[in-house]
Design a protein around this ligand. Structure first.
Ligand SMILES: [Zn+2]
Ligand SMILES: [Zn+2]
Length: 89
């Protein structure tokens, strides 16, 4: 770390308050975000939030898949019952 670089990376006119744990840049109070109790700059928090959105989308996709699977199973069973009835009569 460069000593004496107590200036925000994004705001050179402001005093640096913390260091982003992701990119190690000095950030001011306004740039500091406390997400999950960890200091991050705004751009790194955005990346973190996007990474968190990933599994959420995959979960929705899985729920949709389960519904599709159930509908497909119901259709298959309906077809089997129809065939069984036709065979019986
Ligand atoms: Zn950062
Ligand atoms: Zn700043």
């Amino acid at each position: 770390m460069i000593q004496g670089s107590g200036r925000c990376h994004y705001h050179p006119e402001r005093a640096g308050l913390g260091v982003c744990v992701e990119c190690r840049r000095v950030i001011c109070r306004e740039c500091t975000t406390q997400f999950e109790g960890i200091n991050r700059c705004a751009s790194c928090l955005e990346k973190r939030l996007k990474a968190l959105e990933g599994p959420g989308e995959r979960r929705e996709w899985t729920v949709g898949n389960v519904v599709l699977g159930l509908v497909g199973m119901a259709l298959v069973w309906g077809a089997i019952l129809l065939v069984a009835q036709a065979a019986a009569s």
